[in-house]
Ligand binder design. Structure first.
Ligand code: FES
Ligand SMILES: [Fe+2]
Length: 428
């Protein structure tokens, strides 16, 4: 037996300190106010997918409470996707909403009309009509268009940036790690199942819960660990990498389909019957675009074999999980206060071609949602524990390197903002 030198930890490889971590960033109202400016008004934020805007005039609105604004995203008559603040230039009314002004909405129109005094705007944001225009004084309609928001599309994912002048293009912001995923057939996966929940915790605590697998054998013991477990690595991370503010974690998987498992290894008998479960349908669909030889290697950046999922954590609040079995899942975390947030989860599959494929998708979404709710169930307990202030710093293992990287990146962005404010005479 040879005694080797212990390889460097993931934490050391990521250039992070190994000290205890302070969670003030998740309980301090002052820190939350800084995050609004330093993070959410500066980073590129994912607000949807191009499939939500299928034709000219299709729009969605997105409430971004942490930035105290609402955004309209619309496909123009020229086919280009643009974004605007959802604020009328007359007297500030919110222009588009359905049931209540607090909720996101979606629809189709040829122009936007304010519900208050009927001003109308084109899909390009230009102000086209003012009721009793000759009653106004020295009004220049051409300068009263909707206020634009920077908007770019990457691989069908729509991002906005609320800065007046973003410091980076979306492509530069996403960097080399996400570049490795370009060409993945996201556009093929048009069957979507969406869930949304109001969560009683700081938004970062839920991100943390989904970016480490240290908790899996305990919190998800109901799954008998089979699906979440990496057999080869016994819950140790096979691969993790950081790329600027972003991270990716890959987990190992099975060779072939999990036929060797007993019914006890799954959460519900329906998984055996339908051949679908937490990790998706047991068989990859036969679309040529989804066969491994046609997929970008960046989906499994560590080259793990067998491989099951890569969890791409795109700073600050967006996650894409790409599954070996030919589907993907996204999470978006939208802060609403220091200790509450709205969480969105979306499952994307290639459109079902048979009834059994459709059932497999529904079983996947349902079983996986149950596991996600197990994660969600810990969160207000964690928030309360942190807010008690009894303990102020916490040890994180090497398995939680992504958590450490995330909180240290948030601190960097907030420190940068504070420094700039101090130099320009602000009070942050
Ligand atoms: S506030 Fe919109 S038309 Fe008056
Ligand atoms: Fe979990």
């Amino acid at each position: 037996m040879t005694v080797g030198v212990k390889p460097p930890s993931w934490t050391e490889k990521a250039g992070l300190s190994t000290g205890y971590v302070n969670y003030e960033d998740s309980i301090s109202p002052q820190f939350y106010e800084l995050e609004r400016e330093a993070v959410f008004k500066r980073a590129w934020l994912n607000v949807g997918r191009v499939e939500q805007l299928p034709r000219k005039g299709s729009y969605i609105t997105k409430e971004i409470e942490v930035a105290k604004t609402s955004i309209i995203v619309v496909r123009g008559t020229d086919g280009i996707v643009r974004a605007f603040h959802n604020v009328c230039r007359h007297r500030g009314n919110k222009i588009l909403w359905d049931h209540t002004p607090q909720d996101d909405s979606a629809g189709f129109c040829r122009q936007f009309m304010c519900k208050y005094h009927g001003w109308r705007y084109g899909l390009d944001g230009q102000l086209n009509f003012v009721l009793q225009e000759d009653e106004f004084f020295d009004m220049d309609k051409s300068s009263l268009g909707l206020v634009p928001v920077h908007c770019e599309v990457w691989e069908g994912f729509i991002f906005v940036n609320l800065a007046e002048t973003p410091s980076q293009t979306l492509s530069d912001f996403l960097g080399p790690m996400m570049k490795g995923l370009e060409g993945y057939p996201f556009g093929l996966m048009t069957e979507r199942y969406g869930f949304k929940a109001n969560i009683n915790s700081n938004w970062k605590l839920f991100l943390d819960a989904f970016q480490e697998y240290y908790h899996a054998p305990v919190l998800h013991s109901q799954q008998q660990v089979s699906s979440l477990r990496s057999y080869e690595t016994a819950f140790k991370l096979p691969y993790v990498t950081t790329s600027g503010p972003h991270r990716a974690v890959s987990t190992g998987g099975f060779k072939g389909v999990p036929r060797h498992l007993t019914p006890l290894d799954q959460m519900y008998p329906i998984e055996q019957v339908t051949e679908a479960g937490l990790m998706g349908p047991w068989h990859r669909p036969d679309h040529p675009e989804l066969q491994p030889e046609n997929l970008p290697p960046g989906r499994n950046p560590g080259g793990i074999d067998p491989w099951s999922i890569t969890n791409f954590q795109i700073f600050p609040n967006f996650v894409i999980l790409v599954y070996d079995r030919g589907w993907y899942l996204t999470y978006n975390y939208w802060p609403t206060s220091v200790n509450t947030h709205v969480w969105e989860m979306n499952y994307y599959f290639p459109a079902a071609r048979t009834v059994s494929e459709r059932i497999q998708h529904e079983v996947t979404a349902t079983v996986s949602k149950d596991a996600a709710l197990q994660d969600a169930a810990t969160l207000d307990g964690t928030q309360r524990g942190l807010e008690s202030g009894v303990v102020s710093s916490f040890p994180l293992s090497d398995q939680e390197v992504t958590v450490r990287h995330f909180h240290s990146t948030i601190a960097e962005w907030v420190d940068l903002y504070r420094g700039e404010r101090a130099r320009t005479g602000g009070i942050a």
